[in-house]
Design a protein around this ligand. Structure first.
Ligand code: SIN
Ligand code: FE2
Length: 215
């Protein structure tokens, strides 16, 4: 029998987080250059900004969007909006490389024909976190959520359908994709405060893309 820790390079392994929830290790890695280039082009037109929650808290994660609609939050609540409130223009189009990746990842996780119309782009600098929440502002819960991680590694929390359910922790590294849908579509999830670090391509940050079908 081979010792797992004898110095072999270990292949990243896919992990089922729960029924309907899959971590596809390194799935987006072959596209890293095009993904980063596309994010940079989007951010030129729709810069990252720190949204304010309805409760008046400034989020530590900075956000922008591409696609038909984008997720926004302000003192009136959360919503999907076709117009970027900062620029009063539509959000940048979803690049083909984003839509293709999201559809392929969803299919590998068991969700065929995923056609997202929104992509929320999150930027975590060290210390930024995302509290436990459900993605429930979409009208269509049949479609999964597909999340792509780039840059610094983070600890992802994945729980159950109730906020009080126990959460498991997963380390998400550059290129990892998580897809959750079906019985896990409304699972609570979040991200622990990002540790300091320096990523060779992205520096001291983590970028996360979440693809959603909102209607
Ligand atoms: C999200 O829940 O919108 C983002 C999750 C992540 O950053 O991994
Ligand atoms: Fe989320």
């Amino acid at each position: 029998m081979r010792d797992l820790f004898d110095g072999d390079v270990m292949e990243p392994r896919d992990v089922q987080l729960a029924p309907g929830a899959m971590l596809l290790a390194g799935f987006a890695r072959p596209l890293e250059a095009s993904l980063i280039e596309a994010v940079n082009a989007i951010v030129e037109r729709a810069p990252f900004r720190h949204l304010v929650t309805p409760g008046g808290h400034r989020m530590s994660v900075a956000m922008t969007n591409c696609g038909r609609v984008g997720w926004v939050s302000d003192h009136t609540g959360y919503r999907y909006d076709a117009i970027d409130p900062e620029s009063s223009h539509p959000w940048p189009q979803m690049p083909a490389v984003f839509a293709d990746l999201a559809a392929r990842a969803a299919a590998k996780a068991g969700f065929v024909d995923f056609r997202p119309d929104a992509c929320l782009i999150n930027r975590y600098k060290p210390g930024a976190k995302l509290s436990l929440h459900q993605d429930k502002d979409e009208l269509d819960f049949n479609a999964p959520i597909v999340s792509v991680s780039l840059g610094l590694p983070a600890t992802f929390l994945f729980g159950g359908l109730n906020r009080s359910d126990k959460t498991a922790r997963y380390r998400l590294t550059h290129g990892d994709v998580v897809a959750w849908g079906g019985p896990s579509r409304l699972a609570y999830h979040g991200v622990m405060p990002l540790p300091d670090g320096e990523h060779p391509l992205l520096g001291a940050q983590r970028i996360n893309l979440t693809f959603r079908k909102t209607r």
